[in-house]
Design a protein around this ligand. Structure first.
Ligand code: ZN
Length: 173
């Protein structure tokens, strides 16, 4: 069973769109065609948009393609492909939000470790290279290898909604 079958509603749309882009290689240069920009415009954090936290310049959202329970993406609200293209303010908030995401995942899930990082460009494995984003995900001893897990269908022990609730409850403020 693929993730496409596991998640319903807008997440299905999100996955279909991302898969479509993956297949066609069509770059999402415009904000209108960018799934992440749509999420950026989706309003306050809620169980529907699965946004965990929304700042002035950046936001944190559950990954609809989770490699592990509690996997989030941190990104600028603005459509920007490269780290170098971010403003100083966006860079600073991206980093502070990433640090907070790490601390919140630790508080909410008590993992044995975490992975954080970015796939910059399609060749590096970015599904949506046009809108830069950082991955933060908890890891447990004995779970699958990070790189292996990217390519495989994952069986998630808990729903995205439940993970969202745990993270929003644990996020300060
Ligand atoms: Zn975008």
């Amino acid at each position: 069973m693929s993730l496409e079958h596991l998640w319903a509603g807008w997440r299905r749309e999100y996955i279909v769109q991302a898969t479509e882009r993956e297949r066609t290689g069509e770059p999402a240069h415009d904000e209108d065609g960018c799934v992440f920009c749509r999420l950026a415009r989706s309003g306050e954090p809620s169980e529907d948009n699965l946004v965990v936290w929304r700042g002035e310049l950046t936001f944190v959202v559950m990954n609809a393609y989770p490699y592990a329970t509690g996997h989030v993406l941190v990104m600028p609200l603005r459509h920007e492909a490269s780290l170098g293209g971010l403003t100083e303010g966006e860079s600073a908030e991206l980093w502070s939000a990433t640090r907070q995401a790490v601390a919140t995942i630790e508080a909410a899930f008590d993992p044995d470790g975490l992975n954080m990082g970015a796939n910059l460009g399609r060749a590096a494995g970015a599904g949506l290279p046009a809108h830069v984003h950082l991955h933060v995900l908890p890891r447990w001893s004995g779970d699958t290898n990070f790189m292996t897990s990217v390519a495989e269908t994952r069986v998630m022990p808990e729903s995205l909604q439940l993970s969202w609730k745990r993270l929003t409850d644990a996020w300060p403020g």
